[in-house]
Design a protein around this ligand. Structure first.
Ligand code: HPA
Length: 275
């Protein structure tokens, strides 16, 4: 499912379905409850994941499972609405299929979005956070196993995962559309269970501002393939170790859906500012 051959088969299937796929397309992965963040693309085509042979299927409520190609202000974008997670039973490499397919299609820039819990006490549910760096605490890497040299190096550098030029554009765009955009470190755990208060205390001490179950491994797979990465987190709940509130998946989806409008206006502004 995640071999170079199967990634190239999936990307060929997608390219056959999209007339006139453009060089310079920006890839986007939409996280839980954020399916509404990118809608109404010009000249768009939607392909359900179920019609793309070899592509894993999203098994989680809140992840729609469709691929959309279209334009915002003449800028071509390819949107994977729905992702694959370690907690669904996928390996790290399988969970990064979307990223590798985009790399195989020649995409050089991807925007990763996600829903996550706030660990930084200054951040609130409903805030958006620009990812400055990550901590991969899953114990897994999409690069485990034989290296595919055409994709990237055996030991890729991770000193600058989240592209500084894209971060600058994101911060300027946020100002222009009056969306508050915090900055911070995203930590990925495997899930699916949420954190205990003691774990939350430890994760904060380790330097994380937000915690979720995706993104870090996707960013690693992207950097391995030489793709520039920007990450935006939608903070859906606040985790304070000394007065831990209960969190449900439904509440996470509800908050992410509420934040979709802010995510959407920010994304559109960022895309409009790209070369
Ligand atoms: N922890 C882990 N993943 C999450 C959370 C959380 O609090 N909220 C949304 N995804």
């Amino acid at each position: 499912m995640s071999s170079p051959e199967s990634i190239s088969t999936i990307s060929r299937h997608i390219l056959e379905k999209i007339d006139n796929f453009q060089h310079g397309t920006t890839g986007i992965i939409l996280g839980s409850g954020l399916g509404e963040a990118i809608t109404k693309l010009d000249k768009s085509i939607t392909i359900p994941y179920s019609e793309i042979p070899g592509l894993p299927q999203s098994t989680v409520k809140g992840h729609s499972g469709s691929l959309i190609y279209g334009f915002i202000n003449e800028k071509p974008i390819l949107v994977f609405s729905g992702r694959f997670h370690l907690y669904e039973g996928y390996s790290a490499a399988e969970a990064c299929t979307t990223v590798r397919v985009m790399g195989e299609m020649g995409i050089k820039r991807i925007f990763i979005t996600n829903a996550a819990g706030a660990l930084n006490p200054q951040y609130d549910a409903g805030d958006l956070m620009l990812i400055t760096d990550h901590i991969n605490l899953t114990g897994q890497s999409p690069l485990t196993g034989p290296n595919h040299n055409n994709w990237g190096l055996r030991f890729p550098d991770m000193s600058k995962v989240y592209c500084s030029e894209l971060r600058k554009i994101a911060l300027e765009a946020a100002k222009a559309v009056s969306v508050r955009l915090e900055r911070g470190v995203y930590m990925q755990i495997s899930g699916p269970n949420l954190e205990t208060p003691a774990e939350t205390r430890m994760y904060k001490m380790m330097g994380a501002d937000a915690i979720g179950m995706s993104t870090a491994i996707e960013a690693v797979a992207a950097v391995h393939m030489g793709i520039k990465v920007m990450g935006i987190t939608c903070l859906t709940n606040k985790n304070l170790p000394d007065c831990m509130a209960e969190t449900t998946h439904e509440a996470v989806i509800e908050q992410a859906t509420k934040s979709s409008a802010a995510m959407s206006s920010l994304m559109k502004e960022i895309i409009s500012r790209l070369d």
